[in-house]
Write a protein that binds this ligand. Structure first.
Ligand code: UDP
Length: 161
């Protein structure tokens, strides 16, 4: 199998993306997924979830001491979230760039937050910000059996072996 596109280093990198309750309520699921699909990333996990406070307390462990933490908990449990795992070369960094700055006022036009949000407390989408965090978040949100390693038929047109 040497020389195939799937041998490219980093092509199996994965990140967790979550469409937050505001994104679901505002019917932005399709538009958000579209941006990852058209880029060429591979979707390996997808589900709609009503998130528990228990999961969130692990997900946002770094924010526990922040004054806005209770309102983040309330917001993130206010309705369903669409959780996804996307895979591809540099997907963690590329996704953070596609999502845009945490504060929508700083998010560039063309980014998801820059196009779809105004206020930091309703910024539509979450994405892992480092390889360590991505690994932790994927195993927190998804069981291994929920991640599908399917064959992408256009791989050779997205990567150069
Ligand atoms: N957040 C907020 N107020 C703030 C800062 C953050 O409500 O002043 C929320 C916001 O929804 C953000 C989330 O907390 O996306 C997590 O913050 P983090 O700094 O981890 O940013 P992210 O990784 O989501 O860009």
């Amino acid at each position: 199998n040497s020389g195939s596109a799937s041998d490219i280093p980093g092509v199996k990198e994965r990140t967790l993306v979550a469409i937050k309750p505001d994104g679901v309520q505002r019917r932005l699921i399709g538009q958000i997924i579209k941006r990852f699909e058209q880029r060429g990333f591979r979707l390996v996990g997808l589900k709609m979830v009503q998130v528990s406070e228990e999961l969130l307390s692990q997900h946002y462990v770094a924010l526990r001491k922040k004054p806005f933490y209770p309102s983040v908990l309330q917001y993130m449990t206010s309705g369903p979230v669409v959780a996804m795992v996307w895979e591809g070369h540099n997907v963690i960094k590329s996704t953070r760039m596609l999502v845009g700055d945490t504060n929508p006022a700083e998010a560039a036009p063309g980014t998801l937050r820059g196009d779809f949000s105004i206020h930091v407390s309703r910024n539509v989408v979450h994405a892992s910000d480092s390889p360590e965090v991505a690994q932790k978040e994927i195993s927190l949100w998804f069981h291994r059996s929920e991640l599908i390693d399917w064959v992408c038929c256009d791989f050779g047109n997205i990567y150069h072996p």
